[in-house]
Design a binder for this molecule. Structure first.
Ligand code: ZN
Length: 163
């Protein structure tokens, strides 16, 4: 994806208020992120570990999500597969919950997804980060197809949040 500035990230949130988007934690090292290898940028708030965020380029512009990551339940230490990038981890996949956009979200409606807890899907897909033995099942599709699949899965999740 193309590099994105803090200002553009804050303006891209679809499921929180403008005030929240202004105050939430955005990484300070945006210039050093490996943008060429990212399908989305995901990060956690170091001061509030249950808060996670991600930004992606969808529909021709940046779109960002605020997520809650509840403390792992005992079942989450088992092997599980990320719904975005299809990497299998032991204990590394976390449930992330997004408040729905608009009125539904204000009424408490949310949607959840199981994803790589470190939000590093892009690096797992490209083999730049290792999730341990058996992390990837053998697939005959190309890297470009895997990237496309991750992006399509992410776009589908955004649609769930905003519909
Ligand atoms: Zn993943």
């Amino acid at each position: 994806m193309n590099p994105i500035t803090e200002r553009d990230i804050r303006a891209a949130f679809v499921n929180c208020t403008k005030g929240e988007a202004r105050r939430l934690y955005v990484p300070r090292d945006l210039a050093e992120r490996p943008w060429d290898d990212l399908d989305y940028l995901g990060w956690r708030d170091p001061r509030a570990p249950d808060r996670a965020y991600l930004v992606a380029e969808l529909d021709g512009g940046p779109r960002a999500l605020a997520l809650r990551s509840p403390a792992p339940t005992p079942g989450e230490t088992r092997r599980a597969m990320c719904s975005l990038c299809v990497t299998t981890h032991t204990g590394g996949v976390r449930l992330m919950v997004a408040a729905k956009a608009g009125k539904a979200g204000k009424q408490g409606d949310s949607v959840g997804i199981h994803v790589c807890g470190d939000l590093a899907c892009s690096l797992y897909v490209r083999g730049k980060k290792d999730a341990g033995p058996g992390a990837r099942s053998y697939e005959t599709i190309t890297l470009a197809e895997k990237i496309q699949r991750t992006t399509a899965n992410l776009a589908a999740f955004f649609t769930k949040v905003t519909s």
